[in-house]
Design a protein around this ligand. Structure first.
Ligand code: CTP
Length: 407
């Protein structure tokens, strides 16, 4: 998660039991290269020890007494001015009320008042406290002032009841921090459409024709584009992956649905990245009843070709129709990798094609890693080493940003 490297992040923690979840967040941020300054209110320190946080961040976790230490006599100004992100999670109704009123009666609220970056606030409280008009008004005041509210979610609450007031999970908060830190990246203001996963073509009500695509490369590309400030539309077939925070998801199943979604979403897009493994064939007709095994061998399923989505976009471009300004495709090959990929690029009129040898056992379909060669339409080629799909995505997104630079 390159977006966190070298970033100074203040994590303000207040007195809700959800505080324990922030230990995981502090640890992940630290492992990703961020410098994490944890500030606990007096109540938060009763629930989770400052030592727990300093153990995972490797830095001192601050409490109210630190405001009065001689060596850091303007600690709150340092915390307020030197951060690239300031997240208060969990934020109790009490701290939210203080922030809304500009109160600064502890190290956290005084540092928040001194912060140069917009605050990110993740409320956590019981449902009744959250829906109370006082809390709602305070939240509205904060939002009007540019504070970004993250959640809360509805679900199980510490009281044992259910309702809205549950803090977002630490991975969701991590995603929001990524979006916040990436907002001024090289794709700021760009609309990027990414496709992911393998489409499913129905045979009967329970069976489909599909492929082994896991969607990992497409999801990683969407995340990499978000990390660079893009507005991301992720069109995906059903996969077992968590949607990247900040991406607008479009769920599809069949190649036809994917084609409809791509054609619609790319009308005003800056970039399309077609990472999906779109089925090339589909059953001519879906059987309306489940095929029973005791009816004997099933020897024939009549198939027909699906629409080539990139091919259709190329046709539209030729005839002056609307479409993405730039298009990146993938070439999944088991032989003659570079030759076949180059031919595909020409045929589908792409700006860049990512060639991957899907016969390799250590990369590609289903794996967390990929080894690709990038090929540009002017014939340039760049072979990449075997890397995590997230790192491959960072490279593709950097190259995509260069394509979009004015000449
Ligand atoms: N693609 C597409 N529409 C299809 C099939 C593929 O837009 N119906 C896109 C893929 O998302 C990928 C590129 O075309 O970006 C190449 O896909 P690939 O499966 O490698 O090649 P195909 O065009 O399907 O040709 P073949 O399977 O014969 O190699």
């Amino acid at each position: 998660m390159k977006v966190f490297e070298g970033k100074r992040i203040v994590l303000g923690i207040t007195g809700s039991i959800a505080a324990y979840k922030i230990v995981d967040l502090a640890s992940k941020l630290t492992q990703s290269g961020a410098m994490v300054d944890v500030v606990l209110t007096e109540s938060a320190a009763k629930l989770v020890s400052p030592l727990t946080f300093s153990s995972v961040t490797g830095c001192k976790a601050y409490v109210d007494q630190d405001l009065w230490q001689v060596e850091d006599h303007v600690l709150h100004i340092k915390l307020g001015e030197e951060n690239q992100a300031f997240l208060i999670a969990p934020a109790t109704a009490n701290t939210i009320a203080k922030l809304a009123n500009g109160l600064a009666d502890n190290l956290l609220t005084v540092s928040a008042l001194a912060s140069r970056t917009e605050l990110l606030v993740a409320p956590a409280m019981d449902g009744g406290m959250y829906s109370h008009p006082a809390t709602q008004e305070n939240l509205q005041t904060l939002e009007k002032r540019g504070v970004k509210l993250l959640g809360p979610a509805a679900g199980h609450l510490a009281s044992g009841m259910s309702g809205k007031g549950r803090m977002l999970e630490s991975d969701q908060l991590l995603g929001h921090l990524r979006v916040f830190l990436g907002k001024d990246g090289v794709l700021k203001g760009r609309k990027v459409v990414v496709t992911a996963g393998g489409t499913q073509e129905p045979i009967d009500p329970v069976r489909v024709l599909s492929n082994k695509s896991s969607g990992k490369q497409g999801f990683a590309l969407a995340q990499a584009a978000l990390d660079q400030g893009a507005k991301v539309i992720l069109i995906s077939s059903p996969v077992c992956l968590t949607s990247p925070v900040g991406a607008s998801m479009v769920d599809v199943t069949t190649a036809e649905q994917m084609a409809d979604a791509v054609l619609k979403e790319t009308e005003n897009a800056d970039l399309l990245i077609m990472a999906a493994a779109v089925a090339d064939y589909k059953p001519v007709a879906e059987m309306n009843r489940k095929v029973k095994k005791d009816q004997g061998g099933l020897t024939v399923i009549n198939l027909e070709t699906t629409q080539d989505i990139l091919g259709e976009l190329a046709q539209r471009k030729k005839s002056g129709g609307v479409g993405p300004r730039f298009t990146i495709g993938f070439a999944a090959e088991t032989e003659n990798l570079l030759e076949n990929a180059s031919l595909k690029m020409k045929k589908k009129e792409l700006d860049l094609i990512v060639a991957n040898d899907v016969s390799r056992k250590d990369s590609g379909i289903g794996s967390d890693k990929n080894q690709v060669t990038l090929i540009w339409k002017d014939g340039r080629k760049k072979e990449q080493p075997l890397m995590e799909k997230s790192a491959v995505s960072d490279v593709i997104i950097q190259e995509a940003a260069k394509l979009m630079e004015p000449a």
